[in-house]
Design a protein around this ligand. Structure first.
Ligand code: GTP
Ligand code: MG
Length: 330
């Protein structure tokens, strides 16, 4: 190892992961290459990255010549984060989307009902999270765009069908299929430092249809056959059982905090539109989200919230907490 990747590199990598267009992907890959320390230990990584850049350039050309559509399905990110609903056929992914959002997907007692990704917004307190219902993944069926969506998602909800004896095999087949790609599921999200493009997306397990008589036995069997270290939230999506705990877990998995902004002259903060930022984000970075010029121009902020006295003046390196109110001064 000892490639000593810099924070700038990791930041670019994170942006790359979250890119929603091929253009953006290319841009961040190029930044990654630029930021990569050039020495013996990183040679392999450099050459992987160069190949990846060449491939992405080709993809971009293909997309452009086919009228800008390309092979990939892009869903613009919205809300505090994105959760992807995955599972075998008939597991209840669409039912879960319907339980957590106002979307009205087609739900039917036969496999392959869902043919294209369908987003919906899941409310959580005063923010919302984007959920995307997906077509099933099986041993022979993995849409090429699915990998991009999995890599870019903040969290995956893996729905397991406890309503049929095929449900466990269906889940195992999905995991095997993804393990054969560079887009895999894990208990937490990370990118492999050694292997460019190998990504793991944090996954919550949602064994579904626990209302059915054989579900408990099947869940035990599932634990034996498919031991996974993912956090587990058993549900009956059709009845709403367990769904609120899962809602909380999905939001929790994003690991974001809410920050409300207040104009210096205003008496109250803008509670309508909280900013959501990754936990651990510093004031300076958050200011850049409010307005890109604020990165340079921010002098200080006054802050009301956790860990400080109300109205305390803080600098750009102050770490934000959930529900902080900040008044930016430039
Ligand atoms: N008993 C019971 N049935 C459920 C539950 N959730 C979903 N179902 C049923 O399971 C069947 C499949 O549900 P869908 O939501 O369409 O499944 P899906 O995973 O989206 O299926 P595909 O789109 O084909 O991959 C439907 O008949 C649902 O009514 C549940 O909690 N309990
Ligand atoms: Mg469906």
């Amino acid at each position: 190892m000892a490639t000593n990747l810099t924070p700038q590199y990791h930041k670019a990598e994170e942006q790359y992961r979250r890119a929603t267009t091929t253009d953006e992907e290319l841009k961040w890959l190029e930044v990654m290459l630029r930021e990569m320390p050039k020495h013996k230990a990183s040679e392999k990584l450099q050459s992987d990255l160069k190949q990846k850049i060449a491939r992405t350039r080709k993809d971009l050309e293909t997309e452009r010549s086919s009228g800008g559509k390309g092979h990939s399905v892009r869903i613009p990110r919205q809300g505090a984060g994105t959760a992807l609903l995955l599972g075998g056929p008939n597991a209840g992914k669409s039912q879960l989307l319907a339980a957590l959002t106002r979307a009205q997907p087609e739900i039917a007692p036969y496999p392959f009902t869902t043919r294209a990704p369908l987003p919906g917004m899941m409310p959580w307190q005063d923010v919302s999270v984007q959920l995307i219902d997906m077509p099933p993944i099986t041993a022979d069926y993995l849409e090429p765009y699915a990998q991009g969506l999995i890599r870019g998602a903040d969290v995956v909800v893996l729905v397991v069908d406890l309503g049929s004896d095929d449900g466990i095999d269906g889940c195992q087949a999905l995991l095997d299929k993804l393990n054969g790609t560079k887009t895999r599921l894990a208990a937490s999200s990370y990118l492999d430092d050694e292997d460019v493009g190998l990504s793991f997306t944090r996954t919550l397990l949602a064994p579904n249809k626990i209302d059915l008589p054989d579900a408990a036995t099947r869940l035990e069997l599932f634990h034996e056959m498919c031991p996974l270290d993912f956090a587990e939230y058993p549900i009956a999506a059709a009845l709403g059982t367990g769904v609120e705990a899962l809602r909380d877990a999905i939001y929790g998995a994003l690991d974001v905090v809410r920050v409300y902004t207040k104009l210096p002259k205003a008496r109250e903060a803008d509670f309508e539109r909280p900013f959501t930022v990754r936990r651990g984000t510093m004031l300076g970075e958050m200011a850049g989200l409010v307005h890109k010029d604020f990165i340079e121009q921010l002098k200080y902020a006054r802050i009301w919230g956790t860990g400080v006295h109300d109205g305390t003046q803080v600098k750009g390196d102050h770490v934000l907490h959930d529900r902080d109110i900040v008044e930016l001064h430039t």
